[in-house]
Write a protein that binds this ligand. Structure first.
Ligand SMILES: Cc1cc2nc3c(=O)[nH]c(=O)nc-3n(C[C@H](O)[C@H](O)[C@H](O)COP(=O)(O)OP(=O)(O)OC[C@H]3O[C@@H](n4cnc5c(N)ncnc54)[C@H](O)[C@@H]3O)c2cc1C
Length: 455
């Protein structure tokens, strides 16, 4: 007999064991349950160590049902976090997250993992700092180690003009109640001694500022942790399920057409939300409206792994690149956008070349490292570099997009605020300034200076 996922977990989230369906050889789920370990703890690791066979899967890959209260398009961090907070904060569990590929296979699994809240304006400062605070507690909340390493982020100044900008930026952050510390060149050298402090350097380092609470988080763990949390609360996670159109009742969106799902691929829902980053314009086109979003490829690359050489994140707006070192030892290198719209998930050679030249200039010793991988993701860039979290011109359809080059850090708050809107019908106060209406009223929140480089 095929098992319905609902009701299979009979243990509360904090119990060590849950009844779990057995899996037949062909992958179907069988109803005679086995007790499986679900909670990660030192005790459970020890107790399970002889075989590790009795661990429950991290999440269940569900079959689509014909109807849900909420369907979320996009199994990236924002879609999964929305599902998790709908279930956790609002008790709604008849939810499906649909992804055309695999969860976390979009930008969530392609980004350089920098988390920070160093924005200029109060609206963004509040939004992103709420997210950093949720990240600070997320490993405990999800019982999944997201490896948040608050190693700080230094933004470099190379000219007098940069120094002026940096003091304006750091002071604005402090006014908004966010930590920021202005650094002179000596202090920068203490924190990142491998930078190029040569007197003849093309980009002399005059100082900078740091947000010490910034850092990096393991990206896959964020997707997997939210997926696990949502799945345990009863959410259906459905991979390889592309949304190809919307079911309408008059103007209202009442479901989605997919390449899987019930009758002729239809899945009905009271509300549909899309969190598809660089593919948001495609979803909007399916619903019959246009978005002020342009899709670009943003690329990153990693070197071969080496011993610890950089224990903070360094960003130079002037050269258009930033660097950190991963837990595995790879130097993670990010750069700016390819400056032409594209859905080709590759990243242009011209940008790679510019970013690598900047790397060799700023960290001369990294010039000896071999490059191991280069990749790109399609990001959704909005004129004022702010997100869109709210209702759309199509009743019943809601959006979370516009994060552009910097939405990984916003996954917790993006999910939290969209879940609030879907559950209550009202915008969360943090999301209120980030409605589509701002492109009509002209009340833009121009964060291009703080978000204008990819990070
Ligand atoms: C190279 C790079 C570096 C970056 N660095 C940082 C950084 O350091 N810090 C930071 O904060 N941000 C960074 N970002 C941005 C960040 O990665 C994104 O803003 C964030 O991950 C967006 O998450 P998401 O859940 O909205 O989208 P995604 O993770 O892209 O998920 C969207 C999902 O929607 C699915 N989808 C699309 N269309 C459909 C459809 N029709 N039907 C079903 N599913 C669909 C896709 O398969 C995808 O899995 C970077 C991005 C890139 C590409």
């Amino acid at each position: 007999m095929r098992a319905d996922k609902q009701g299979l977990y009979i243990a509360a989230c904090h119990n060590d064991f849950a009844a779990y369906p057995r899996q037949a050889r062909d992958g179907t789920l069988l109803m005679n349950h086995m007790a499986k370990r679900t909670r990660y703890s030192a005790w459970n690791l020890l107790a399970a160590s002889p075989s590790h066979a009795d661990w429950a899967p991290v999440w269940l890959d569900a079959e689509p049902k014909s109807r849900y209260d909420v369907v979320i398009i996009g199994g990236g961090g924002h879609g999964l976090a929305t599902a998790y907070y709908l279930a956790k904060n609002h008790g709604m569990t008849n939810i499906a997250v649909l992804d055309k590929g695999w969860i976390g296979g979009g930008n969530t699994g392609r980004n350089t993992t920098i988390v920070r809240s160093n924005y200029l304006y109060p609206e963004s400062a509040r939004l992103y700092d709420f997210s950093v605070k949720l990240y600070e507690d997320l490993s405990r909340e999800l019982n999944f180690n997201i490896m948040f390493s608050q190693r700080g982020l230094i933004t470099l100044a190379h000219t007098r003009h940069d120094l002026d900008n940096i003091s304006r930026w750091a002071n604005a952050m402090r006014f908004n109640g966010i930590d920021a510390e202005i650094l002179d060149a000596e202090k920068v050298r203490e924190l990142a001694p491998r930078l190029n402090f040569d007197s003849g350097a093309r980009f002399p380092i005059l100082g900078g500022f740091t947000q010490r609470r910034a850092g990096s988080v393991r990206h896959d763990a964020v997707a997997w942790g939210y997926a696990r949390g949502a799945s345990r609360l009863g959410v259906d996670i459905i991979q390889n399920c592309a949304v190809t159109g919307f079911i309408r009742q008059g103007e209202r969106v009442v479901g989605v057409h997919t390449n899987r799902g019930g009758v002729a691929g239809e899945i009905r829902a009271d509300k549909v939300a899309a969190a598809v980053a660089g593919h948001s314009s495609q979803i909007a086109a399916m619903a019959g409206f246009r978005l002020p979003v342009t899709s670009y490829a943003l690329q990153a690359m990693v070197s071969e792994p080496v011993k610890p050489v950089l224990d903070t994140v360094v960003l130079s707006p002037a050269v258009g690149a930033y660097w950190s070192q991963s837990g595995k030892g790879e130097v993670v290198i990010g750069g700016g956008l390819d400056l032409f719209p594209s859905y080709a998930q590759r990243g242009s050679f011209a940008t790679s070349q510019m970013v690598l030249a900047a790397t060799a200039e700023m960290f001369p010793s990294f010039g000896r490292l071999r490059l191991m991988r280069q990749w790109a993701g399609i990001v959704d860039v909005v004129q004022d570099s702010g997100p869109i979290i709210g209702a759309t011109p199509a009743p019943g359809l809601y959006l979370n997009c516009g994060w552009g080059t910097g939405g990984f850090k916003a996954i917790p708050v993006g999910g939290w605020t969209l879940a609030h809107l879907l559950a209550t019908g009202r915008n969360h106060e943090l999301a209120e300034p980030f409605q589509l209406a701002r492109f009509h009223t002209g009340r833009l929140i121009d964060e291009a200076a703080a978000a204008g480089i990819a990070h």
